[in-house]
Design a protein around this ligand. Structure first.
Ligand code: ATP
Length: 595
């Protein structure tokens, strides 16, 4: 068999020439010369971004892990908007496949009613938690069916799909095919010897079927070229390395359909009603459907960022790019991968049942509180164990005491009787030391001046926890500044003392303005209340408006003398100690025992 010739140009364009081989099936007669760009930057409209979460499988209600993916994507979307980009943000539900067929049967509902009910629960959760998606896609929608059918036809016309026979291990739970090296021996609860997926622990079965195969094997070297030419294509770095490792092994062709007799709940293969399209091919195309595929996707398709859990990395970093290369479409700019929330060390998952209800927690800790917690504690590179106690401690320390306390101190009528943004006195806080400010105060100004670029770098790389860590450290410094100079102790009859008091408050409010602006992608409502209290108007909250302490730089400050906003309520109320036993995640059901 002759292999495709791959030529890599300097600009990382891969020109692949797929040669016709006499050993290929009849459909392969359609193979022809192709030119596919695997560059992720060429011709890109850098003013736009298209951000996606995975579409969530509706075989059960949403859990905390799903909210985490959505909050991460929402944070990136809001951040891009604040920076002045246009941004599209898609999420939705994945509604086909055997697991859903079975779950609907178990619930005594027809599959579409079952899907609609669960999809509504995701929508409700997202609106309760301020997930500001611009598009919500359901794979049962007609627009998606049309996109999938078109996509299939493109691959078919190019000879990349052929009718074949699949024989191998398959996990229904994971909707995934596995090679022998991905399996382990195990015993089920009745003592029977079974095989399970090494990664998920789910049972696998030997499957033998006539179905359609995608020529995944033809794309291995192009995928390697893409990843080597785009070292930041999959983030964080450890996941890019993992994909490169996977690609060191053979990449067998992929079965992309099921016999209709086994799976009715899905999209039929165009021209063959006896076969249903594999749920992952169907699901992945959702990203194109939202972009307007097959007719109007060009604007958005070149600027796509996928946000996915590490459990679905293979589907997004191998299958999906291979499908796209096959269809002659650009590859994603970045695949941002995150790790898992665990409960007592085990991945929180619907199948294990050890899940935390995100809606109930967002009522208990507030939606803004849960957003802050997830992004402050979630580390994309490694798993994180969830407990209510952690949420309680973090939110009380950082939002209620530190940030809320600082705002309260600087705006309380006892210190700020006029309820205005007070004046800055350059003699009290001169650019050269010699006024009332001390070395630590200058250090704080330097840190806060640099904060936007630090935060920008971390938001950009989806390490929101580092951005929040940096902001929290600055809030502590500003509290220290106020504490150090104790403005409440300054003599009210001495005008020099009063100028210094106003300066302390002016500097602190300027710090708070920076924190409020930078926190908008994470806690939009809380930031809105904070900025409104400072008298910062909606048009003054963008990244571009972030020039810290202009009076210190010798320029005018638009806020000086402005009335504070009227809402003097508590920014974030301290939380009551949670009833831990009542709300801790349920213990995982006994999982299949690995030998
Ligand atoms: N524990 C988790 N931590 C973080 N994200 C998660 C977690 N579980 C699911 N997700 C997010 O939701 C996506 C889809 O998950 P899925 O619907 O398969 O949920 P699940 O609970 O893992 O389901 P199942 O138990 O049936 O495999 C993941 O790729 C990831 O983005």
């Amino acid at each position: 068999m002759r292999f495709p010739v791959v030529i890599v140009s300097r600009s990382c364009k891969v020109v692949h020439r797929l040669k016709r081989s006499p050993l290929l099936s009849p459909a392969s007669a359609l193979w022809r010369h192709e030119s596919v760009s695997v560059s992720t930057d060429a011709g890109t409209d850098v003013r736009s971004h298209y951000i996606t979460t995975p579409i969530f499988y509706v075989n059960a209600a949403p859990h905390l892990g799903h909210l985490y993916s959505a909050v991460m994507a929402d944070c990136l979307h809001r951040y891009k908007l604040l920076q002045g980009f246009s941004s599209k943000f898609a999420t939705g539900t994945d509604e086909h496949g055997l697991k859903i067929q079975q779950a609907a049967e178990a619930a005594g509902k027809d599959p579409l009613t079952f899907c609609s009910d669960v999809s509504e629960r995701f929508k409700h959760l997202f609106s309760s938690c301020n997930i500001s998606y611009t598009d919500y896609i359901r794979t049962t929608e007609p627009r998606h069916r049309q996109a999938v059918e078109h996509f299939w036809s493109v691959l078919w016309d190019k000879g990349l799909i052929y009718k074949g026979h699949y024989e191998g291990w398959y996990s229904t739970q994971d909707e995934s095919f596995l090679t022998p090296s991905q399996l382990a021996d195990a015993v089920d609860s009745s003592g029977n010897q079974i095989k399970v997926s090494l990664e998920s622990g789910h049972k696998v079965e030997w499957m033998k079927e006539d179905n359609y195969m995608f020529r995944l094997s033809a794309f291995r070297s192009q995928l390697l070229d893409w990843l080597r030419g785009n070292p930041r294509a999959v983030q964080p770095e450890c996941f890019q390395q993992l994909v490169l490792q996977w690609l060191q092994h053979d990449l067998p062709d992929l079965s992309v359909s099921r016999q209709r007799s086994r799976l009715q709940w899905g999209i039929s293969v165009p021209g063959d009603p006896e076969q249903t399209i594999y749920v992952w091919l169907d699901a992945l195309v959702n990203y194109l459907t939202v972009a307007g595929y097959p007719h109007e996707h060009h604007q958005w398709w070149s600027v796509v960022h996928h946000i996915v859990g590490k459990d679905i990395l293979k589907f997004h970093a191998i299958y999906w790019p291979a499908f796209l290369l096959g269809a002659g479409l650009p590859l994603p700019q970045t695949i941002h991968v995150h790790s898992h929330w665990t409960a007592e060390g085990k991945k929180m998952s619907k199948s294990l049942g050890n899940v935390v209800d995100p809606l109930q927690r967002s009522q208990m800790f507030t939606a803004e509180g849960m957003r802050y917690f997830l992004l402050r504690q979630g580390v994309p590179d490694s798993d994180c164990d969830y407990t209510d106690l952690k949420v309680f401690k973090l939110l009380n320390a950082e939002l209620a005491d530190s940030l809320g306390g600082l705002l309260n101190r600087c705006t309380a009528p006892v210190l700020n009787r006029a309820q205005v943004f007070p004046s800055f006195c350059p003699q009290s806080f001169p650019r050269e030391q010699g006024g009332r400010a001390v070395a630590e105060d200058y250090h704080m100004l330097d840190t806060v001046t640099n904060l936007p670029s630090v935060v920008e770098r971390h938001y950009e790389s989806m390490h929101a926890y580092k951005a929040l860590e940096a902001i929290a450290a600055c809030v502590r410094q500003t509290n220290g500044f106020v504490q150090r100079h104790a403005p409440w102790k300054l003599d009210k009859r001495d005008s020099a003392e009063q100028r210094w008091r106003d300066t302390i408050i002016h500097v602190s409010l300027e710090c708070l303005r920076v924190y409020g602006t930078l926190l908008q992608p994470v806690v939009p409502e809380l930031s809105n209340r904070l900025l409104s209290r400072l008298g910062v108007q909606p048009g003054e909250r963008s990244w571009a408006a972030l020039s810290f302490l202009p009076r210190y730089q010798g320029t005018d400050c638009p806020f000086e003398g402005r009335a504070l906003g009227p809402d003097s309520g508590v920014l974030f109320s301290r939380l009551e100690s949670p009833d831990v036993d009542k709300h801790e995640p349920k213990k995982a059901k006994k999982a299949v025992k690995l030998k």
